[in-house]
Design a binder for this molecule. Sequence first.
Ligand SMILES: NC(=O)c1ccc[n+]([C@@H]2O[C@H](COP(=O)([O-])OP(=O)(O)OC[C@H]3O[C@@H](n4cnc5c(N)ncnc54)[C@H](OP(=O)(O)O)[C@@H]3O)[C@@H](O)[C@H]2O)c1
Length: 335
Amino acid sequence: MTIQAAQFAAPGVPAEVLQVRDLPQPQPGPGEVLVRMRVSPVNPSDMMFIRGQYTLQASCPAVPGFEGVGVVVASGGGLRGRLFIGRRVVVLNPRGGNWAEYAVVPATNVIPISSTLSDQQAATFFVNPATAWVMTREVLKVPAGQWLVQTAAASALGRMVVRLGRICGFRTFCVVRRAGQADELKALGADHVEVCADEASVRELTNRIFNVTGQGGARFAIDAVGGPLGSAVVSSLGRNGRMLAYGTLSGQPLSFHPRTLMTVGSSVEGFWLGNFMAEKSLFFRLSLVRRLTNLIRSGVLHTDIAGEWGLNDVRAAVLAAEDSSVRGKCLLRIS
Ligand SMILES: NC(=O)c1ccc[n+]([C@@H]2O[C@H](COP(=O)([O-])OP(=O)(O)OC[C@H]3O[C@@H](n4cnc5c(N)ncnc54)[C@H](OP(=O)(O)O)[C@@H]3O)[C@@H](O)[C@H]2O)c1
């Protein structure tokens, strides 16, 4: 039996290298499950994977897709897998492979999902919501009343952080690159929005953070951009300030003089959700899933959706995902 999948034969521009192909249906091995995929998002990590710019290098030909939702239809053996047959599950596929009618993943990588969440919210259930929660509440533990500086604040994840700020009481200094995003983020509850659309405004960013937060520099920051923008945020860190570097959207390195950190005792730490979760107990994971379900249902960690594209329109989906005028997450509707 064959299945349809979006595949690329070599890394490159996603809209050029992706092709829909007939592939043999994968079979689950011991401890694995076979999932009939329903919906999978187009995330920045998928785009970097296809371009060959991600931490994980594709073994080509490769099928992208790290996240999504589907229904378990078979198990390769093991109690956990058998228990999940027939259940709708969130599918976390660390090797990629969800942009296909069927995917095989370890049974430990699927999460049964509440029927109260739509396929769209289930498809985007974990990666961004968990990262937004964990960075702000578990790692930085930003206290109420304190400022958190964040770049790429208009991203799906950035919007979640703004809404978390509202319910947890911390203040958000949001950096975006387009003026039109300022009003949207303020309406969501951002306390300050700084538009950095050119080199001059990036050079001014450090001073702007000092002026607005008014406390001798930022105590907490998260950066998904890197390059001159992320580096300007590093320079804004005050005494014992901490910045989590969690994305590489500009493709450029952070660059700063060691003295920037030395004189105030500030630090820059890498954050990777997979590494964080790998060290956590089953109890922590289960309570996180329960918390995320409630926060998505209440709208705090909800993902705005731009639209759905069929698997055959995967090239249009990836073009839309990289189009700045398209607002919200682009989803592949697979079945
Ligand atoms: N470390 C982890 O464990 C982890 C987990 C989840 C997500 N992430 C990262 O979190 C980031 C956000 O993910 P998402 O799914 O929320 O993204 P998204 O919704 O696709 O949004 C991406 C945003 O980044 C902005 N952007 C893109 N390139 C930029 C650049 N060069 N300079 C400034 N802004 C830029 C875009 O701005 P426009 O709106 O102007 O186009 C857009 O608002 C990504 O880098 C992703 O890889 C990391």
